[in-house]
Ligand binder design. Structure first.
Ligand code: MCA
Ligand code: AMP
Length: 507
């Protein structure tokens, strides 16, 4: 039987004794352990009733066991559905109802709250804790250490990752075995990963960057990860001499630059620093090169597409650009409304096509159709241009999206919460340049006549409703929102008006 993605990982195992993971609390997992223990987790899943095609929704802390669970889902033929640990109960409720998982795996401390939500969506609940313990781990410990993997072909689903929409409702991006396998293979080759690499893994593992870009690449290269529970800049600097590569969001690089220990000498064993998920300022790129002697390699991707472009390994890594389309990925720039292809140098919608592009949004055929052109190109919502040397530049967004510390925040979702509050007439949520997070979520609100609602009242009201990283860093009250002649709120005017609010604070 073949299992498209897991077979590719299996074929890349260097030797069973070689290490795959070293954790910050001194544990290590070899490739042999990975095979045996992921088999145990696969048995535990099937015992819990998980069958090929079933969704397994997972909201757990970052542990090696959480990765074993991801691999076990692949081996069981299930669809892995990772969820940000910051999501609140109302957010989880939506995902469970939409995805209808067979099983929910959560932190033991949250099981009391989550189990009833899971049950009402028809799912069983098992637990996996911060220490790798819980009812799922207990069940796995009793199981056999081999498993005949479920048959899965290239087009079968491997994962669903939710990504918010401009309408405020999250959409589940369906990713196939081949979407993930093809992208990991290309990245290993482009970025020259091999079994001697050691990656500092300090990203969360519930999004594309930490899960597919980082982990799949390491598995596909037979390499090793230094697996950090969270990003701690001091620790990352101390790990540099033992590592060869780092993948991070721009906030990682901004924070690392504040570490005195970051020097050319500290980084001399490293061969590659990669950045993505949000724009890396040219200023950060240049400061990094000066301090460490390394040019950060910036790449561009999306949940729906995995990675689309990358700066070159050899050759110039051009600051402020996201490099060239990856092999197998076609990229074009079009006029957004008409889809007419634009000439080199002109700014328009970035569209992509290739084996990396997802299979559509879970149970949303209309939305899926709306985001593809007739000839199969996916409309990214990012505005860009290709320069005379072929480098892709992202120059803006055609979608109303804020990226804060690498997390996507959809203004509509926050505006809906704020607008629902007694005392609020209307609101507009914008991203404003922020020295640490890149963009700071900022709410501009209009009170109803006579209302005295405060920023603290708003913060208090959304606390259990929206994940913390989505909360406005500032709320500004105004008498009215600027509108154009069509009556549409002019967010560009608001962004311009408030562009210095975080810079002033930092200074
Ligand atoms: C934490 N907080 C945030 C963020 N993270 N607020 C806004 N934006 C954020 N990203 C809040 C916390 O809740 C806390 O609130 C306060 O900020 C300070 O937390 P702090 O300790 O500084 O945060 P941290 O734990 O150090 O986290 C910062 C971080 C983290 C390390 C930058 O956000 C992170 O790991 N980001 C990576 C996200 C990522 O993996 N994105 C990839 C998506 P309070 O003090 O009020 O409690 S995949 C993707 O985008 C595509 C496909 C791609 O191309 O990769
Ligand atoms: P996500 O919803 O997490 O998949 O976020 C994908 C979005 O992140 C893309 O559509 C881009 O807007 C943005 N993004 C990812 N990488 C980069 C980058 N290197 N530069 C600018 N924007 C990026």
């Amino acid at each position: 039987m073949t299992n498209h993605l897991f077979d590719a990982f299996r074929a890349s195992i260097p030797a069973p004794g070689r290490l795959l993971i070293e954790t910050d609390d001194g544990r290590s997992i070899s490739y042999g352990d990975m095979l045996a223990r992921s088999a145990q987790y696969t048995h535990a899943l099937t015992q819990a009733g998980v069958r090929p095609g079933d969704r397994v929704a997972v909201q757990v802390e970052k542990t090696p066991e959480a990765l074993l669970l991801y691999l076990a889902c692949l081996r069981a033929g299930a669809v892995f559905l990772p969820l940000n640990t910051a999501y609140t109960l109302p957010e989880l409720d939506y995902f469970f109802r939409d995805a209808e998982p067979r099983l929910v795996v959560c932190d033991p401390g949250k099981a009391g709250d989550i189990q009833p939500l899971a049950a009402s969506a028809g799912a069983a609940t098992l637990t996996l804790g911060r220490d790798g313990q819980g009812t799922l781990a207990d069940s796995a410990a009793l199981q056999a250490m081999d498993f005949a993997d479920a048959a899965r072909g290239p087009d079968d689903l491997a994962a669903i990752l939710y990504t918010s929409g401009t309408t405020g409702r999250s959409k589940g991006a369906m990713l196939s075995h081949e979407n993930l396998a093809s992208n990991a293979r290309v990245l290993v080759e482009q970025w020259r990963f091999d079994a001697d690499d050691v990656l500092i893994h300090a990203l969360p593992i519930f999004h594309t960057h930490g899960l597919f870009v980082a982990t799949n690449v390491i598995l596909m290269a037979g390499a090793k990860m230094l697996f950090e529970q969270k990003f701690d800049p001091g620790r990352v600097v101390s790990l540099l001499p033992r590592a060869t590569a780092l993948m991070g969001v721009p906030t990682f690089y901004v924070r690392l630059l504040q570490q005195d220990g970051l020097t050319k000498d500290a980084a001399k064993a490293m061969r590659l620093f990669i950045s993505g998920s949000a724009p890396l300022l040219a200023e950060t790129h240049n400061a990094w090169r000066e301090r460490t002697g390394h040019a950060i390699l910036e790449r561009y991707g999306m949940t729906e597409t995995n990675m689309n472009t990358s700066n070159p390994y050899d050759g110039e890594r051009r600051a402020g650009t996201v490099g060239f389309p990856l092999p197998g990925v076609s990229l074009r720039i079009t006029e957004p409304e008409t889809a007419k292809p634009l000439a080199q140098g002109e700014i328009g919608m970035i569209e992509v096509k290739g084996p990396n592009v997802f299979a559509g949004y879970w149970r949303m055929p209309e939305k899926t159709k709306a985001e593809f052109r007739g000839d199969g190109f996916f409309i990214t919502g990012d505005l860009g241009m290709v320069d005379a040397d072929g480098y892709v530049h992202i120059v803006g967004r055609g979608k109303d999206l804020i990226i804060s510390g690498g997390y996507n925040v959809y203004p509509k979702e926050i505006e809906s919460e704020i607008d629902a509050l007694e005392g609020i007439y209307e609101s507009a949520v914008i991203g404003v340049a922020h020295p640490d997070f890149g963009e700071g979520v900022t709410a501009v609100a209009v009170r109803k006549p006579g209302s005295a609602i405060s920023a603290a009242d708003i913060a208090g009201a959304i606390v259990g409703r929206l994940a913390k990283y989505k909360h406005p860093k500032q709320v500004i009250f105004v008498d009215e929102l600027p509108r154009n002649t069509m009556g549409k709120v002019q967010k560009n005017v608001l962004r311009e008006t408030y562009k210095d609010i975080y810079a002033a604070k930092a200074g």
